[in-house]
Design a binder for this molecule. Sequence first.
Ligand SMILES: Nc1ncnc2c1ncn2[C@@H]1O[C@H](COP(=O)(O)OP(=O)(O)OP(=O)(O)O)[C@@H](O)[C@H]1O
Ligand SMILES: [Mg+2]
Length: 509
Amino acid sequence: MADESLAVELTGITKTFPGVIANEDVELRVGTGTIHAIVGENGAGKSTLMKILYGMQSPDSGSIRVRGKEVDFKTPKDAIDEGIGMVHQHFMLADNLTVLENIVLGSEPTKGVQLDFAAGRQKIEEIGAAYGMELDPDALVESLTVGARQRTEIMKVLFRGASILILDEPTAVLVPQEVDELFANLKGMVDEGHTIIFISHHLDEVLAIADSITVMRGGRTVATVDPEGIDAKQLAELMVGSELPTPETTESTVTDVVELSVRGVEALSPDGRTVLDDVTFDIRQGEIVGIAGVEGNGQAELIDALMGIRDVSSGSIRFKDDDIADWSTKDRREAGIGIIPADRHREGLLLQSPLWENAMLGHQTVKPFANGPWVNRKGARDRTSTVIERFDVKTPGPDVNAIALSGGNQQKLIVGKEMIAEPHVLIAAHPTRGIDVGAQAAIWDELRAARKEGLAVLLISADLEELIGLSDRLLVIYSGRIVADLDPKTVTPEELGSYMTGVGAEASA
Ligand SMILES: Nc1ncnc2c1ncn2[C@@H]1O[C@H](COP(=O)(O)OP(=O)(O)OP(=O)(O)O)[C@@H](O)[C@H]1O
Ligand SMILES: [Mg+2]
């Protein structure tokens, strides 16, 4: 019997890819006007299930009901026509267009053949006011903070009239303040009768906001639970199917040897604004220096300056005994500076290439990937298999294309290929973004073990728990300046938050 109080009802959904059962006999019931969370390990099948509901992928078998009515979506357009919208795990906005253009294009509120931007602008304002979502329609997407990009994606979906919203890891890229804003927006939508389905690896926030939680494991739905009756640890254990290991805590391994020394670094944006202002810090062998900050406060520029992608206008960068300011990115990498980039799709991966080619990126000139001027394919495949094994990348093997990996498994590959190269300095931007709690603990252990062997790490992260838990020292970046140098053992998330938003800086100035 069709149940019309349900917004979505998925029954017996099965979906296979070559060598992988992504969904197996999945059952999911989502009540109208509720927030329903889906959790599970990397590769458990969450995104696949949501792409099926959104008409992006067709199931091998099973049925889909929307508001009690059986549907058979061939394309996302069919799903949009039924009032379903999806914001993907990786943003899909055009950077060189404005917010307004991104939202209006592809949803065609047409007046004759011309797109009606005036009507579009008004509708964006109305939607924004209804749910308390702030957006500047004329801002270029490339200039937006991650939080604003996300609001643009959500706005795009609401603009097309969605009343059932699917959000695939909407909070993975947000700092805590932005998460609070997003959740306030979502509550506003639910109050208006919308239904939200969202995927997240942050179990605390899932417990705080969801009305109901479905757990997936190995392609199956193993339980649907009420957040009132469960805690984060129990939820994680349902995901994994066994007890979670407790991460190792290790003593400080900081030495006196400075590996990387940054002195008075200043950098300008193309339009002449100061984006890095007198940035100074050292990282020693065996030390993890954490950088906290709301995205867009100079983190990207700092990484680019350290990697030789951006020129500095003054100041010095020393690696061991060398001033590396004039070194190419290739020279820096070959000398032993590793990088886990912030945006795995733009900077970290060639999605349409096999994993073994991806594992070579940044290391293609050295063993085991190079054999003189030639590519050593066997060496590359073997190395990739080792990464897959050690970092638990869920995939049939090194010849699979990167696009076929789940988001978290793509991230594990990037972290693994950089760490296995045994750099002396590792610049790690959001190393566990999108990674499930179990795999996150494993990567933290890897970082601690490498630190013990002398690795110097610059850790940039939006995850305050990660920053506090891993760092030996914690710097806060705000408006291109280092505004605080804190002891992670004593700092509280609230204190960090106030420095990150510039409040702490004013108070102490
Ligand atoms: N297009 C594809 N081709 C081949 N395999 C795929 C494809 N899409 C997904 N898979 C596989 O299906 C499985 C489920 O992937 P899915 O992306 O649904 O996982 P997920 O639960 O969203 O994980 P994550 O938390 O890492 O995002 C994975 O093993 C993945 O490698
Ligand atoms: Mg996913």
